[in-house]
Design a protein. Structure first.
Length: 369
């Protein structure tokens, strides 16, 4: 039996704990059925950590995160903590984890599951079969750039400011992840910037273009971020891999997710660089947030969290077969007609979070039989 895999689970706030609970069923299933066991530890993050320990990402959580082979993250934030000062808000939980674990490559697939093509706000034929990947830089850019602040000038007026800054290496390393992915997919990479107005954008384009020479089999194109938003909202299937900075990737990945019509279905992975022994930190989380409006009602869609766990198996443990098994189980549940409220269509059977999770495990049982 392979050595235990050390998993840190951070449910967080809102619907996080509810959907993470459904992943625990899948983990238990794997423990029972396959030749692998997980050593699962839980930790505190976001508002839950503020309430218990007074910090959105306490040092204890950082220690757990550093020791884990992979992190499964739920979501953070909610109205309860909205009035906290900037330095204390729940969102800092995820930002500290990304920064201090060096999780610079955020992989955000936008995929339309055929049974759900009707759920998009676009015409079904524009999105049916959509399968694109956004590679978002996630430890640099304007999210972390200095100087930043709000200050009062000598004349008594005030200003707020942030800094968009990228070093050569920060751009090149995330670009390589994009090129590697594109090489395994259709061989096309679209890099997004505002090289027409931003110096950091010109630089981004220069470094991505230079890095492309390492990947002769990938066709690189560049697109301005505003145009990319328009293209995503009108002809999303033209894209395969999109490479973007932290801020543009944040915006474009929400847009791409909305285009699929099923935010509750989309997972993500955030990867660090491998160390000399090949070990890399990695965190997996659904794209949807903490959805405070439906938290505690038992109606959230657990699929994005379950699919985040499938990504974890694939990227952190090389368990491709098991990842696919889980993805196929989810697909079977959908084509069987079960739907949570967010992906409901007329004629389908509307179910809650735990029925959906149980159905996925039942499909896993059938497939493994
Ligand atoms: C995301 C979220 C975060 C971000 C927030 C919660 C800090 O919007 O993961 O896309 O802006 O990166
Ligand atoms: Mg976002």
């Amino acid at each position: 039996m392979p050595a235990n895999k050390k998993l840190l689970v951070l449910p967080g706030d809102g619907i996080g704990p509810e959907v993470v609970r459904e992943v625990r069923r899948v983990i238990d299933w794997l423990d029972r059925r396959r030749q692998v066991t997980f050593d699962v530890e839980e930790g505190l993050v976001g508002g839950a950590a503020i309430d218990a320990l007074g910090h959105p990402c306490p040092d204890r959580t950082m220690e757990q995160a550093l020791a884990a082979d992979a992190i499964l993250f739920g979501s953070v934030g909610g109205p309860k903590w909205d009035s906290l000062p900037f330095e204390g808000r729940p969102e800092l939980g995820i930002l500290r984890l990304r920064k201090e674990l060096g999780l610079f490559a955020n992989l955000r697939p936008a995929l339309v599951w055929s049974p759900l093509a009707q759920a998009s706000s676009l015409k079904a034929d524009l999105v049916d079969g959509l399968d694109l990947m956004i590679v978002r830089e996630s430890t640099g850019g304007i999210y972390f750039g200095e100087p930043r602040g709000i200050e009062t000038l000598p004349d008594g007026t005030r200003r707020g400011f942030d800094t968009e800054t990228y070093s050569e290496e920060e751009i090149a390393r995330v670009a390589r992840i994009g090129f590697e992915l594109a090489a395994k997919r259709s061989g096309r990479l679209t890099s997004v910037d505002k090289a027409n107005v931003m110096q950091s954008g010109r630089f981004w384009r220069e470094i991505v273009t230079r890095t492309a020479a390492e990947f002769p089999n990938v066709e690189l194109s560049h697109m301005y971020a505003d145009n990319c938003a328009m293209q995503l909202a009108s002809r999303p299937k033209q894209f395969d891999v999109i490479l973007a900075s932290n801020l543009f990737g944040d915006l474009l990945s929400d847009l791409a997710a909305a285009v699929t019509g099923s935010l509750g279905m989309l997972p993500s992975a955030t990867l660090g660089a491998p160390d000399s022994s090949g070990r890399r930190h990695a965190l997996y989380e659904p794209i949807h947030g903490s959805a405070p409006d439906i938290a505690g009602k038992g109606i959230a869609n657990p699929c994005a969290q379950i699919l985040s766990f499938a990504m974890l198996l694939r990227w952190s443990f090389g368990m491709e077969e098991d990842a696919r098994l889980i993805e196929n189980a989810v697909e079977k549940v959908l084509s069987g007609g079960l739907r949570t409220a967010d992906i409901m269509v007329p004629g389908a059977a509307r179910v809650g979070t735990s029925i959906m999770g149980e159905a996925v495990v039942r499909e896993l049982d059938k497939m493994a039989a």
